[in-house]
Write a protein that binds this ligand. Sequence first.
Ligand SMILES: Nc1ncnc2c1ncn2[C@@H]1O[C@H](COP(=O)(O)OP(=O)(O)OP(=O)(O)O)[C@@H](O)[C@H]1O
Length: 303
Amino acid sequence: MKTKVKFKSVYKTFELHAKKSEKILNLFSMSKKKGKEFLALKDISFEIFEGETVGLVGLNGSGKSTVSNILAGVIQPSTGHVEINGETSLIAISAGLNGSLTGIENIELKCMMHGLTKEKIKEITPTIVEFADIGNYINQPVKDYSSGMKSRLGFAISVHTDPDILIIDEALSVGDSTFTQKCLNKMDEFKEQGKTIVFISHSAGQMKEFCDRVIWLHYGTVKETGSSTEVVENYQNFTKWFNKLSDADKRAHKQEMISTQVSEQVEKESKRNHRPIFNINFLKNIVVLTPVIVLGVLMLTSY
Ligand SMILES: Nc1ncnc2c1ncn2[C@@H]1O[C@H](COP(=O)(O)OP(=O)(O)OP(=O)(O)O)[C@@H](O)[C@H]1O
């Protein structure tokens, strides 16, 4: 079987800053206070093969969208190896849509970005418009759309640009039932054509029906990978257990898990990135630049 996607020991960290000013100072390496780092993905490894539909499940914040954004090339992993064999197309609520452009203009732009010729775009635009089915809003700026409308347009464009790997990130959750069914039928067509699909949904039913395999992400790690029925059932048992906890126990459990995502990276970072506020390069720049600036000011004021 041909590998379409491979993640090997992937980590993704996000910097967390208590204040905006810290973030700005950090950009110029002038702050000693290194913002804490949050490990959204910790040592993630998995493989997806051609023609498979693989689901991602997990609690809010477990890292599903971070994986889908890496797959779509929207963000880069911090460390680790990512192999993607084919063109990906991400369908998430409003992903890649330009708010100030109209629906029609977005169709043109996104299709061009997928490398479609002008003739091809002209040919498929009516089909996309018909699939999106948002009436006259197609000529309105996307910023005026409801989330359902954005999702409809995003889905309609993505499935008609003929991607190898389709990534659907909860885009169906905001559509009404008629549109969701239309999208699920389209996904069936894609499966029949042997396309690869990565599907993120909080619907256990959709996961079991559409996915060959499911990956359960848990606080940034892979908790389980296996057949969709088995993994979804184990995940549901976990959520049942979790929901039975008291509010205080839920909070404590979450806090305990999240603290492992923050503290581990901070320890590593503090060892790796310990640097003085005014390092030698900063002082060198001051020594070289000050006379130049003073000379410039003197020349300007002498005229
Ligand atoms: N740009 C960012 N800066 C800081 N933290 C971020 C950023 N993007 C994501 N995160 C954090 O990374 C973690 C994973 O987020 P992600 O959106 O991948 O979760 P998810 O599983 O898709 O959640 P949901 O089910 O709510 O959509 C979350 O704790 C989130 O707050």
